[in-house]
Design a protein. Sequence first.
Length: 592
Amino acid sequence: MSSNKSTAAPSSTYLRFQQAGEKALREKQFESAKRAFDHAFSRVSHDPNPDTSTLISILDLRLEARLKLGDLDAAVKDARTMIRYDRTDARGYLRCGQLARLKSDFAGAQTWYQQGLKNVPQHHEGYRKLASLSAKSIDKSAAPPNKCRDPLTVLPVEIIHMVYQYLDLQEATSCLRVSRLWRNSLLATYSIWDTFDLTGIKKPMIVRHLKACIRRLPNPPTTVRLNKLTPTARDHLSGYLRAHWDNTLEHLSVDLPHLLDLDSFRRSAPAVKSLHLGVQCPVDFKSVSDLLRSCNTLRYARFDAIIKGQQPWAPIHDDLCDESEKKKRQETPVLLTRLGLTAVSGPLQVDERFIDPSGLFHDFPNLEELQCTGFAFRGLDADLSKAKCLRQLTLRDCRPQHDLRLPSSLEVLICKETHCSPWSVPHPPPGFQQDAENVQTLFNLKVLQMDLVGRHLSRVLGLVRDSPSATLTRLDLSGSDMAPRHLSSLLAAGKLSQLTFLGLRDIDLVDEHVQSIAVGCPMLEHVEFSGLRITGVAIKEICMRTQIKELRLSACPRISADAIAWARAREITVVIQEPGRTQTSGRRVRYG
């Protein structure tokens, strides 16, 4: 007598649904096929003595329909159900391995094939197929990963052009050798032939080599960068620059003496957008102001060596301009957005070392970033109050006489004056009045880095405290005895609630001050302490109450090694820096 499990005839009603499903599968009506196989499987499974081979056949057909519909999870369930019905049938293992290979899981497919080879008899028709697929899956899992695809064939053209903007000339030239596709793409989009860059040479270039480089240029360049030329090559390039390149020049960076005459350059270079003169190119401040006022296309300017010249207290050169030129300048405002000025220290008196740029910034309504080094700024308050778009201001080694008149648009303020000895600024000229009655507010200030002492620090922090919307995210103070009092007032006003970076150096702070900082700055992530009298109690308090990730300490002898070990145990990066050493591996925080 045969077994009831395999010999009982199933109900013939399922055949109609199975045949309908197979027909729909051939006609690529996969949803209808799946529903028909569902009805067929339901009829067979409700039979008192269902045939396992018939059940597995219907499940195999339904799994095929699920694969066509993309329902992989349901297909996996059907494949495992096939194995549960009969472990000696190879069809369930074949389907499980197929689904694993579709997910690129060749190791998982190999596991299913090996399990099938153990349970399926060798005389079964699916045994050989299991052995063949098992060998192929071993080769696939042992093979190295596929070679990375060329980004030029994957990324959109707009992304490729954005990447090219971050490549300098040397990097772009190196990319030419990657492949023919890279070469054609770079030559078609990147301005390699429009750039004349000699900053990568190690020795001064002689005139013969310079002529060879110029001769190979197919068109006049739009970008020129120079820093090392022999005197003969410099004289040759100076004449060639005026004769052939001035009309097309857009970006110029020079660190060579006696190469450029600003007075003639501003008249012969109508399309220049950026200009950088290095420390070896000393220029007169009067020439700089004339260039900045007259060049309407200039967007970025940086002068690293400015010497003192004629400095009238009235706006520079306004008295020398006729009415037509003044009207033209008003109709075509200067588009300058970034400006960097550095005054050169001379061997004269201390007063002669500093230059007064009074009236220079009246004609720059679009100025966004200003960096000044070595200036007196007798009229600073009247100038910067007109810079309505100024976002970042950096003052180094400067001596403003009056309180800083800052625009409300300012977001980043950096003042460094510790490297300059005190000196007395002459009184302002007759007729100059400070607008002390004007109400000044800093609405958008986010970054403040100062080592000023006296009324300047009090003035700026008072503006931050009185602002209705200013909330600092980065604060860095150095060498001020009034810092504890100002910090307490800022904490009480809630201006440090979003602070993420705090740097305090050479300030008379104790544990109580740091504990109040920890309570008022819950978002703090990076802290730098130097020359403070705090102990490990303050360190533990600030680690527990804030979200600190990095702590840098220097010249804080009262902090014990146990407190440092406790902080490191909480997965906080603690860096101990020796006093007097330059920070070389610290985390750089970009702002501005």
